[in-house]
Design a protein around this ligand. Structure first.
Ligand code: SAH
Length: 254
């Protein structure tokens, strides 16, 4: 008989990078719920880990924002040691969240590349917000992260201009924070120049939580204070309009 190995084989560990949706428990997919139920370790940003119910046998590893690469490496290391690890993101893990950070951490680590790694999708903020408003993203649209943590402000402005110039509807994540209170005002100014004052803009805050608030105004009436870090901002294309209490963008641009 061979002696038992001192360490668990690497193949026993798993890493799921899961999206918890916008807030409401009903918007968490059954696949994500199953992964969390099978987890030994949950890793993520403090407010997201706070959404996971503690239970015996489950270790919660909550970390601060802006440490995504450390968090990704720590999660991969635990999976390599044989643990059932779930990294939690809000919304979808591939939208301005942890999935890309994990793959970046995998670069240059062939020993981790054979691990059982799965990305479990979630309902991203712009889709939850659009559903509440009606169908403002009913034609071609794009999503832009307005945070300048990972890219220069000039690139953000260039992308907003290009998207507006191509008549995309737009979804803006991370529109405004205490550390950069003025950049969103600049984005509104660019949009006003490119789209005119009548374009519809929806501020969707804390969608699917008890604090949810939706406000649709014309660009000419929009102010930076209408957004904060819990808001996703949707800007329609040139055909976006009201119908009853809803906002929608026609499917056709013919
Ligand atoms: N991965 C997340 C996005 C993370 S970036 C997703 O797919 O939704 C964080 C930004 O997402 C916030 O600044 C805000 O713009 C948006 N956001 C996340 N949850 C939200 C919610 N419930 N309501 C409105 N916006 C939300």
């Amino acid at each position: 008989m061979t002696a038992p190995q001192a360490t668990t084989p690497a193949s026993a560990g798993t890493l799921c990078i899961a999206g918890l949706g916008p807030g409401d428990a009903q918007l968490v997919t059954p696949e994500v719920t199953s992964a969390i139920a099978a987890a030994t370790d949950i890793v993520g940003y403090i407010p997201y880990v706070a959404r996971i119910a503690p239970r015996p046998g489950l270790t919660l590893h909550a970390s601060d924002n802006r440490v995504e690469m450390d968090r990704a490496r720590a999660a991969l290391q635990m999976a390599a040691e044989g643990k059932q690890v779930v990294i939690v993101s809000s919304g979808d893990p591939g939208v301005f969240a942890m999935a890309a950070a994990v793959f970046e951490a995998l670069e240059g680590r062939p020993d981790w590349q054979a691990l059982d790694i799965r990305v479990l999708p979630g309902i991203t903020a712009m889709l939850a917000a659009a559903a509440k408003a009606g169908a403002p993203l009913g034609h071609d649209f794009c999503a832009i992260n307005l945070s300048d943590n990972l890219k220069p402000a000039e690139l953000i402005e260039a992308r907003v201009r290009a998207a507006a110039g191509a008549d995309f509807a737009m979804a803006f994540y991370n529109p405004r924070s205490a550390s950069r209170p003025h950049t969103f005002g600049r984005v509104l100014q660019v949009l006003l120049e490119a789209c005119g004052p009548d374009r519809l803009i929806t501020f969707a805050r804390a969608v699917s939580t008890p604090e949810e608030k939706l406000l649709t105004v014309s660009l000419g009436d929009a102010t930076p204070e209408m957004a904060d870090m819990r808001t996703v901002v949707l800007v329609g294309n040139s055909a976006t309009r009201h119908v009853g209490r809803f906002v929608y963008t026609p499917r056709s641009a013919l």
